[in-house]
Design a protein around this ligand. Structure first.
Ligand SMILES: [Fe+2]
Length: 351
C-alpha cells in the first residue's frame, strides 16, 4: 500500500510512483485495485490494508485528506476515482450520505457482521469499530468509580469539569444522544448545568483534558476511549503516559442505558470505478478478522459477533455501549449544535 497526501499514488512491485495527478493510474495488480479516500491517518489503516492485499492480491491506494473529501468527490463527479470513503464519527458518515457522494449497499455478509444500530438503514455507511465517550477522572481527587452523563450537571461538580469545544463532532454526538434520550428541553437544562460546572472555557482536544486533570486544573473531563491507549503508549511524547496514569476511565451510565458510542466507518463512494473490489474490501473490513486488526491498531472496539478488543482496550474497564441507533444521533445533531450556541457553552461558566 502506498499513500500520498493530496493525491493518489500507485504502488507497483514495491516501488512508489508519484502520479502527480488526481487519478489512479492503471492497476498494477492483475487482481486490480481499490481507491480509498481517507480522513484516517495512513499508518492507522496500513496493517488492515496490507492484510487485505495479502489475502486477495487486490492493491489499495489511499488518498489521505484532513478535510473536504465530500467536496472533492462531488467536484470530481462521475470521473471520481474514489471507491471507498474511510472516516470517523457519525456526523461525517451521515454528512457523506447527505452530500450525495455515497451509494447504498445491501450485502448480507457485511450486515451480519455489523449490528444494525451501527449502520445506515439504507446501506450508505457502515460502522467498523466503536469508541466510547467516557469520563476521565483524577485518581487522586475523584473517589467514585461510577458516573452518569446526567450527573455532570450536578452542582457538586462546579468548577471541576474540563472539555473541548461543545461544537466538536464528538461532543455534538454525545449531546445529540442526550436529546434523543431525554428531549430538547431536558438537554438544554442539562447542557446549561454542565457549562456552569466547567473549570474553564472549553479548549484543546481530548488529550488536553487529561493533561489538565494531571495538572490539577480540573478533576474530570470528557474524552474518547482510544486516546487513553494512545497516551499510555506514546513514545514520542512520554509525558502523555503520565497524564494517562493520573486518571481513571469512568464509563458513564454503565448501570442503565450504557455509554454513548460513536464509530469509525466506511462508505461506498457514489461512482466507485472498482466497485467489485471495493465491496470485497468492505467485506474484509467488516469481517471479524478485519475488525480486530483495525480495532487493535486504533485502540477501539470491534463490533461484530464474536470479536474481542485488545488487552490494552479491555484494561480501560467494562464497556456497555448504549444501543441507541447512530441514525437517531445523526437526526439530533442539528438540535444539539443549536443548543450549544443557545446556552453559550463555549463561553464557559458564567461565574
Ligand atoms: Fe479523535
Amino acid at each position: 500500500m502506498f499513500v500520498s497526501k493530496g493525491r493518489l499514488s500507485a504502488g507497483i512491485a514495491g516501488a512508489a510512483i508519484a502520479a502527480g495527478v488526481a487519478f489512479a493510474p492503471a492497476a498494477a495488480s492483475a487482481e486490480g485495485t481499490v481507491n480509498i479516500y481517507s480522513y484516517r491517518q495512513p499508518d492507522l489503516i496500513k496493517p488492515l490494508l496490507d492484510a487485505f492485499t495479502a489475502e486477495t492480491g487486490i492493491e489499495t491506494q489511499v488518498l489521505f485528506l484532513d478535510s473536504g473529501i465530500d467536496e472533492r468527490i462531488a467536484a470530481e463527479g462521475s470521473n471520481s476515482p474514489a471507491d471507498l470513503i474511510f472516516t470517523v464519527d457519525i456526523g461525517r458518515l451521515q454528512g457523506a450520505k447527505d452530500a450525495g457522494v455515497t451509494q447504498p449497499l445491501e450485502n448480507a455478509a457485511i450486515n451480519d457482521n455489523i449490528p444494525s444500530q451501527y449502520r445506515d438503514s439504507e446501506g450508505h455507511w457502515f460502522g467498523l469499530t466503536t469508541r466510547g465517550r467516557v469520563v476521565y477522572a483524577s485518581k487522586d481527587r475523584v473517589e467514585q468509580d461510577t458516573i452518569t452523563y446526567e450527573e455532570l450537571a450536578d452542582p457538586k461538580w462546579k468548577g471541576r469539569i474540563c472539555t473541548r469545544s461543545g461544537q466538536h463532532v464528538y461532543n455534538i454526538a454525545l449531546f445529540a444522544s442526550m436529546v434523543a434520550h431525554h428531549g430538547a428541553d431536558y438537554a438544554e437544562t442539562w447542557l446549561t448545568g454542565l457549562k456552569e460546572n466547567l473549570a474553564r472555557k472549553p479548549d484543546g482536544n481530548d488529550r488536553a483534558q487529561a493533561k489538565a486533570i494531571h495538572a490539577g486544573e480540573c478533576d474530570i473531563g470528557l474524552g474518547n476511549t482510544y486516546y487513553v491507549g494512545l497516551m499510555q503508549n506514546n513514545e514520542k511524547e512520554p509525558e502523555q503516559k503520565e497524564w494517562a496514569a493520573s486518571m481513571k476511565v469512568l464509563f458513564p451510565n454503565s448501570g442503565d442505558r450504557g455509554t454513548h458510542v460513536n464509530v469509525s466507518g466506511m462508505a461506498l463512494a457514489k461512482h466507485a470505478p472498482n466497485k467489485e473490489n471495493a465491496i470485497k474490501l468492505m467485506e474484509f473490513l467488516a469481517s471479524a478478522e478485519g475488525q480486530e486488526i483495525y480495532a487493535e491498531r486504533v485502540y477501539e472496539y470491534p463490533i461484530g459477533p464474536g470479536t474481542e478488543p485488545s488487552d490494552t482496550v479491555k484494561a480501560f474497564g467494562e464497556f456497555k455501549p448504549d444501543t441507541l441507533p447512530l441514525e437517531d444521533i445523526a437526526a439530533n445533531r442539528k438540535t444539539a449544535s443549536e443548543l450549544v450556541d443557545k446556552v453559550g457553552f463555549d463561553a464557559g461558566p458564567s461565574s
